[in-house]
Ligand binder design. Structure first.
Ligand code: CMP
Length: 140
């Protein structure tokens, strides 16, 4: 079964939306295989978003992602990567489709509530950033 990494970002935690967002995710058919709550350092956030290091928004992204706790979640479903990106909507909530997580809950492109892996290959790398194999619980 395909896996993807979601991160409920610090704005999601600050706005007390963890439950609402997980409810939307699980109602869409995703199953939770692993979940943690972590407060990233700037160094760890920068490492996670290494591919964006040369982008103009990198410093703001790192500052935001290390501004409070976040909730990385391993999700499993057929076609999990693409289906999760469809569920959360476009990066900028202004462009996101009606009913998507970002349209419902996000304020801006920077503070956009949730991260989702962009490919199966990157999902495996990103899951490994937060979870060891033994952390992924078998589902009965
Ligand atoms: P995410 O899916 O976590 O991947 C990279 C993040 O960079 C993205 O969501 C946005 O929250 C953030 N970001 C901030 N500014 C921009 C921007 N101008 N363009 C794209 N992504 C941005």
């Amino acid at each position: 079964m395909e896996k993807t990494l979601a991160i409920l970002k610090p704005d999601c935690v600050r706005k007390n939306l963890i439950g609402d967002v997980i409810k939307q995710i699980t109602e869409a058919g995703f199953r939770v295989r692993g979940m943690r709550m972590v407060w990233l350092t700037a160094e760890t956030a920068g490492g996670f978003y290494e591919v964006h290091r040369e982008r103009p928004f990198f410093q703001d992204l790192v500052a935001f992602m290390s501004s409070g706790p976040c909730v990385p979640i391993v999700l499993e479903k057929d076609n999990a990567v693409a289906d999760f990106r469809a569920l959360i909507g476009a990066t900028d909530p202004a462009d996101a489709a009606e009913g998507t997580v970002r349209k419902r809950f996000a304020d801006s492109k920077g503070e956009n509530i949730v991260h989702g892996s962009d490919s199966v290959e990157n999902a495996a790398i990103e899951i490994g950033y937060f979870f060891a194999g033994r952390d992924l619980v078998a589902l009965g």
